[in-house]
Design a protein around this ligand. Structure first.
Ligand SMILES: Nc1ncnc2c1ncn2[C@@H]1O[C@H](COP(=O)(O)OP(=O)(O)O)[C@@H](O)[C@H]1O
Ligand SMILES: [Mg+2]
Length: 265
């Protein structure tokens, strides 16, 4: 079993955001994420890369326990969010997902207004009208969407472009004040200009959030990642700082994948 490289970029002397100990993910009899023991640092962007089917999404979805809604899914091992066990350390799944928000490959806006989309996950009933309006503004500003939608907050969310919808999904996730953001190929279904805008946003958000992002785009990885985790066939081939993975690694598989997006393992 290859051991993850530990030369990671850490920006703060804080506990890891996510710790996996012997983590495995299964669909039926098939083990698709194999025995991962690693720590993902707090703050900054960790990109999870690897060929299609290597278990990137399953790992990401395992972290906020979305996989558990799928029939046939099971996991083994331990998963910690900061110091709390993901299975026993939270009051319920809503509390866990308030700390660990997720944005998917295809923007998933709800059939209501832009404003109501932002507030969708906000459970704090004590907020008055003014406070809710302030939260909408703050979340949309953080997601770099406010300027484009401030005059039409009551318009249906589906009238936005795909790139705007993806930023709305990010605003909705930020509105519940998470600490960790899981992004599964967040730019894959938007046009190149929107993808660049999202990358700029991700680089800005990383100062305040821990971002764990799946991408199959190695040029994007080079632009946004502080750390890179390379998965293949459900195993970690190598993990390290972006600089290490792109320029200094001695592992042939990492070199080949990051230069050619190809892996024969
Ligand atoms: N709902 C599911 N049921 C059964 N197998 C699944 C399911 N989702 C994913 N898999 C399998 O798990 C493996 C990893 O998939 P995934 O995590 O989506 O890979 P990646 O995101 O790296 O492309 C693949 O072999 C895929 O076919
Ligand atoms: Mg995937």
């Amino acid at each position: 079993m290859p051991q993850p490289n530990l030369k990671l970029v850490t920006t703060k002397e804080t506990a890891p955001a996510i710790s996996l100990k012997g983590f495995q993910a299964w669909f039926g009899e098939s083990c698709v994420v194999q025995d991962l023991t690693l720590e993902l640092p707090a703050n900054g962007v960790t990109c999870i890369v690897g060929p299609s089917g290597s278990g990137k999404s399953t790992l990401l979805r395992g972290i906020n326990r979305i996989n558990e809604d799928i029939t046939g899914y099971s996991m083994k091992g331990q998963l910690f969010i900061q110091d709390s066990c993901a299975h026993t350390g939270f009051k319920d799944i809503t509390e866990l997902r308030a700390k660990v928000g997720m944005v998917f490959q295809r923007p998933c806006v709800f059939p209501c207004s832009i404003k109501d989309n932002v507030l969708f996950g906000v459970r704090d009933k004590s907020l008055n009208k003014l406070e809710r309006a302030a939260l909408v503004e703050e979340s949309l500003k953080s997601a770099a969407l406010w300027k484009e939608v401030s005059h039409r907050l009551d318009s249906p969310a589906h009238t936005l472009s795909l790139g705007q919808q993806q930023r709305l999904c990010i605003a909705r996730t930020l509105a519940v004040k998470p600490e960790i953001l899981l992004l599964d190929e967040p730019t894959a279904s938007v046009d190149p200009a929107s993808a660049r805008a999202l990358e700029t946003l991700i680089k800005k958000l990383k100062d305040d959030y821990t971002i764990i992002m799946v991408t199959h785009d190695t040029r994007q990885t080079r632009r946004v990642a502080d750390n890179v985790l390379f998965l293949c066939d459900g195993e970690v081939i190598e993990m390290g700082s972006c600089d290490h993975m792109f320029s200094k690694t001695a592992k042939q598989k990492t070199q080949t994948y990051l230069s050619e997006e190809f892996c024969d393992c």
